[in-house]
Design a protein around this ligand. Structure first.
Ligand SMILES: Cc1cc2nc3c(=O)[nH]c(=O)nc-3n(C[C@H](O)[C@H](O)[C@H](O)COP(=O)(O)O)c2cc1C
Length: 186
């Protein structure tokens, strides 16, 4: 098992993914890691929709509807591309911040917690030998998609986590100069 500190620093996303996707037991592990995200007020501010197999085509059709709601004249090419988006991986996990309003824990913190849950899943997926990439794009804010998944007004689609087996060589992580984002006081 990789040391978590090494895993965090070596982590890269995998934009190209193929079969096999996570087994049912591995998906459950990912979801158990997700719900261990820090959660102010223990509000469990998340929902996860696991989309696999034929479900991905149904999600693609939903995405096409969302595209057409925004641009009724979208080209055939754009429609096809949009419809095929969920088929870019064997599994897509839709992560929704299902927030509690009128609580002392601000909605923003609940959305952040759901984001942390996504990252927990991404890291766990890599540890289990898969690859993953966190995507959002227009579909994350589309009212067609939001309505389909019955989001309340303050809920957010925090991401679509694509998970599968990485295709090709893994990239090396791009090192960032800490001087550009860190200050020490005292
Ligand atoms: C909230 C969020 C949304 C993102 N949405 C997209 C996206 O829609 N498309 C995309 O190519 N990358 C998206 N990314 C970035 C990728 O997940 C990934 O981090 C980026 O390609 C850099 O690769 P790396 O993670 O290997 O450094 C998003 C990241 C976050 C945190």
């Amino acid at each position: 098992m990789t040391n978590v500190v090494d895993a965090l620093q070596a982590r890269v996303s995998s934009p190209k993914l193929s079969e096999p996707g996570p087994t049912r037991s591995h998906v459950e592990t990912l979801l158990r890691c997700a719900v261990r995200a820090p959660d102010h007020g223990r509000l469990k501010p998340w929902r996860f929709i696991v989309v696999e197999g034929e479900g991905r085509s149904a999600l693609g059709e939903l995405f096409e509807k969302a595209l057409l709601a925004k641009d009724a004249n979208a080209s055939e090419q754009k429609r096809d591309k949009t419809k095929l988006m969920p088929l870019r991986a064997p599994m897509v996990i839709v992560a929704i911040a299902n927030v509690t309003t009128s609580h002392k824990v601000p909605v923003m913190e609940q959305v952040i917690a759901t984001g942390v849950a996504v990252q927990n899943m991404q890291l766990a997926a890599v540890e289990l030998g898969y690859g993953a990439i966190w995507r959002t794009g227009d579909m994350a804010t589309s009212s067609v998609v939001r309505n389909h998944f019955a989001l309340e007004p303050e809920d957010q689609i925090v991401g679509f986590l694509y998970v599968g087996t990485p295709v090709g060589e893994a990239r090396s992580p791009v090192a960032q100069d800490l001087g550009s984002c860190v200050e020490y006081w005292g």
